[in-house]
Design a protein around this ligand. Structure first.
Ligand SMILES: *Cc1c(COP(=O)(O)O)cnc(C)c1O
Length: 372
């Protein structure tokens, strides 16, 4: 007879003890919830906290989703169409591509493939939170090598940590600082024995990519996504460009249906309509420079140069968290990070020109309210 386990069974005793204390990932809140809390319609929310596209998906992608007739059939576990299309987009072989439910899934898959308990992963902080998060979930050990004052990499620091690590993650452009990794930095990393993962979530905005180097290098992985430039954040479509043997291995261990049919259809249509999507990217890049100028004109804000679709702004003589809260009360949402080098900073996604106007107007008012 089965053992009876009542409601008092302490189910968390079964959870991996090393994970019990782990803090969850801190995501941004959904627009509907923000709007409801403020009592305004969701369209009125100025959402500049998630680095999403202000233009949304390609109309061709929306059409492909509406006209897709096979939602009742499982997707192709081999992702053949998608891998072929992505290979053509980047000029690499399709055997080097693996797609997933956002590049977040690729981060997790990579770490599940290479990390045994206790293995080291170098994280160049401040940076995107998922590298440390997934390392912890996979039982790895995060080795933090903070970036330098200008957010470039601390190459000597990385070199001395490399002996205890298997993998290094570098976002380029980096989130939240917006700066690119230089070719000199990349070459130095590729000369090590580490698996070098370059996260190009904002690659289309920067117009530069390390992907063409993957076929010539044994230890380079490039991650990319349709979340930011192609407006598909909600559908979850990302991919990696990897050395062919590692790509084949990830294809073996991934959940078979990780890229769902809707994400596949939208991804393919987006690639076909990339001319139009890149016009949106160009508009965001131009708006980024215009917004930077408007923010710089407020004398209490210093704007860091950015190659992505957001700006990191340092506030002078104002409490950044207080400013974030006052913006939120006006329906304008930006990101604040409660961590050492970012406490006086806000990360602001570049949105529509009208959203820039609302933001800067509100900042001017808040500056005055707080005596600046
Ligand atoms: C937004 C972001 C991602 C997440 O991409 P998804 O494809 O939506 O999972 C990955 N890396 C960085 C640096 C990001 O900022």
């Amino acid at each position: 007879m089965a053992k009876v386990t009542g409601a008092r069974f302490e189910v968390l005793r079964l959870v991996r003890p090393e994970l019990l204390e782990m803090a969850g990932y801190e995501p941004v809140e959904p627009t509907d919830l923000l709007a409801e809390r403020l009592g305004i319609p969701p369209e009125q929310v100025v959402k500049l906290d998630g680095n999403e596209s202000p233009y949304g998906p390609s109309p061709k992608a929306v059409q492909a989703l509406a006209g897709f007739g096979r939602y009742h059939i499982y997707p192709d576990p081999g992702q053949r169409k998608v891998r072929r299309a992505l290979a053509g987009y980047l000029g690499v072989g399709e055997e080097q591509i693996v797609a997933g439910a956002g590049s977040d899934e690729l981060i997790d898959l990579l770490l599940r493939a290479v990390i045994s308990p206790g293995d080291g992963v170098i994280n160049c902080t401040p940076t995107f939170g998922m590298y440390a998060f997934s390392t912890a979930v996979c039982g790895g050990r995060v080795i933090e090598v903070p970036r330098r004052e200008d957010f470039s990499l601390d190459l000597p620091g990385i070199k001395s940590a490399a002996g205890q690590a298997k993998v290094i993650f570098v976002a380029s452009p980096n989130n939240p600082s917006g700066n690119l990794m230089s070719r000199r930095e990349l070459d130095a990393l590729l000369g090590s024995d580490l698996l070098v993962v370059v996260d190009e979530a904002y690659g289309e905005f920067a117009g530069e990519s390390a992907a063409p180097l993957v076929p010539q290098r044994g230890n380079l992985v490039v991650l990319r996504t349709f979340s930011k430039w192609a407006g598909l954040a909600g559908l979850r479509a990302g991919y990696g460009v990897l050395p062919a043997p590692l790509a084949a291995f990830l294809m073996r261990i991934k959940p078979p249906y990780n890229l769902n049919v809707a994400a596949q259809a939208a991804l393919l249509a987006s690639l076909e309509d990339r001319g139009r999507l890149m016009e949106g990217v160009q508009a965001v890049v131009e708006e980024r420079e215009r917004l930077a100028g408007m923010l710089e004109a407020l004398e209490f804000i210093e704007v860091l140069p950015s190659r992505a679709n957001f700006l990191l702004c340092r506030l002078q003589g104002l409490d950044a968290r207080e400013v974030r809260e006052r913006l939120a009360r006006r329906g304008i949402f930006v990101r604040h990070f409660d961590m050492p080098r970012l406490r006086d900073c806000l990360r602001i996604t570049v949105g529509l020109p009208s959203q820039s106007e609302s933001l800067v107007g509100a900042l001017r008012e808040i500056g005055a309210e707080l005596g600046r």
